[in-house]
Structure formats: C-alpha cells, structure tokens
Design a protein around this ligand. Structure first.
Ligand code: KIV
Length: 275
C-alpha cells in the first residue's frame, strides 16, 4: 500500500503531476518524447525523459498513414500497454484518438480504457472551447488531462493541412482564452503545437499548469518531439522545429540523452526551430 510514498525518497522517484507542477515552479524544463514500444521505453527511461506520450502520431510513424485520423482506441491501448510495461520513472500520457471523445460520456469510457487497459496516467485530447465540458467531466472523475491546442492534427482535413496556428491577432487571443478556460476546467497540462514562439511564451506566463510545446518556442515549460524525428528515422521533409539528435551521438540512447540535456539547458529549441 502507498508504494509511491516509499519511492519518493528513492534516487529516481516516478514523475507525477505534482512533480511536473514543481518543475514549472522551479523553472526546470520538462523533457518529453513520444514512444510506441517497450524497447524504446526502456531507453527513454534510462535517458531520464520526464514524460512519455503514446501519441496518435503512431498512425503516421508506425502504421504509415498520412494522418492520425485512422488511429483507433485499440491501437493506442496496444501501444500504451507495451510502453507502460517498460517504464519506471517517466510519466505516461496516452492520446485519445480521433472521435474517441465526441461526447463527455464516450470520453470518460475511453479515458478509463486508456488507464485500465493501457496503463496511462493521463489522457491527452485535442481541445478547444468545444471540449471544455468534456475536460471538466473527466477532471470531475479524477482523470488527469492534457489539453492540446494550436495545430490539431486530427482536424487536418478541416483546416486543410498541417499549418502553423495562431498567427493572426484574433486567433492568438482566442487560443489564450481557450488555454485559460481549459486549465480552469481542470486540464493538468496544456500542450501547444506549431504556434508562434511569442504566443507560446504568453500562454505559459498566463497558466499555472505546465505548458509543453512542440514547435511553440523556447519559453514554454517543457518540450516534446516525435521520437522517430529526433532519431532521424523519419525520412523526407521534416517540420522546422525538428532537430536531428543522432548527429554526432553514436547511439539512440546517447541521442535521447543529448535531447534531454538540450531541453534542460535550453539550447533546444534554437531560433531556427521556432515560428
Ligand atoms: O500524437 C503525437 O505524437 C502528439 C505530439 C506531436 C505532441 O500529439
């Protein structure tokens, strides 16, 4: 009983929402990566990654689709379960796939599946003002929630491509309002994807909860990237915010260690990775 309390004094206590909140308060950057299997999960744990996301990006990097839309609950649960089995210290978050949270009741049912079958400690959903009630409903059932704003890949067919969001003043103001509302509704983390660095900084200043960015500039509380992008496994044109950490690393483990160090010492992201 209460094993977590005993682990608190250990050299590498598991990360939880309180740890992430303290990191924000202390100004320590949070190093996050996506992961989809047990072998890489062991490696990410060894490299001291703080937070691991089983993202629906698995539809693109594992399954070979053009978008994340074909990913189902069963797919995320399968990958989350095998990652969870191999993780000790990092905090495990799993994505709610396309149309798995179209009502608050459906969201609750699926969030429970991600936690009970997938071993996730937090669920992430692509959100805006339309998801406030859902986030509030999940939070009221004591489910840890990460809200995802900015570029929302599940909406790719509606927005017409993977584009930087929040560039004009009204869109930026709306994103700030959405982020505040989602945090007030009970989101424990807000993730910002592909937005101007200045907007990332403003939202981070406004919110008490940790803000994690991917292509959101340096002044957020933590960074996340797709594992296969930093290991240079992804071929073809990569987004501007990606840095190849295999460069000069010698091994995937060293590359991930270099990523964690670069996030912590703020050398990643540099100006060339920002919008
Ligand atoms: O699905 C995913 O991997 C994500 C990250 C890009 C943040 O949502």
């Amino acid at each position: 009983m209460y094993t977590q309390l005993q682990l608190r004094g250990s050299a590498r206590p598991p990360v939880n929402v309180a740890t992430l909140g303290k990191m924000k308060a202390d100004g320590e950057k949070i190093a996050c990566l996506t992961c989809y299997d047990a072998s890489f999960a062991v490696l990410l744990d060894e490299a001291d990654v703080d937070l691991v996301l089983v993202g629906d990006s698995l539809g693109m990097v594992i399954q070979g689709h053009d978008t994340t839309v074909p990913v189902t609950m069963d797919h995320v649960i399968y990958h989350s379960r095998i990652v969870a089995r191999a993780l000790y210290r990092p905090f495990l978050v799993a994505d709610m796939p396309f149309m798995s949270y179209s009502s608050k009741e459906q969201a609750l049912q699926n969030a429970v599946r991600l936690m009970q079958e997938g071993g996730a400690k937090m669920v992430k959903l692509e959100s805006g003002s339309g998801q406030l009630e859902t986030v509030e409903f999940l939070a009221s059932h004591d489910i840890a929630v990460c809200a995802h704003l900015g570029l929302k890949p599940q909406s790719v067919h509606k927005i017409g491509g993977f584009r930087v969001q929040g560039r004009d003043e009204e869109a930026a103001r709306q994103m700030i309002r959405d982020a505040q509302a989602l945090a007030s509704a009970g989101a424990d983390i807000v993730l910002l994807e592909c937005i101007p660095a200045e907007l990332g900084a403003m939202i981070t200043r406004e919110l008490e909860v940790p803000v994690i960015g991917i292509g959101a500039g340096p002044d957020v509380d933590g960074q996340i990237l797709v594992l296969y992008d930093i290991l240079d496994i992804t071929t073809g044109r990569k987004p501007r915010f990606v840095r190849n950490f295999m460069d000069g690393a010698g091994s995937p483990l060293q590359a991930v260690k270099n990523y964690v160090r670069a996030v912590k010492d703020r050398s990643y992201p540099a100006a060339e990775h920002c919008f």
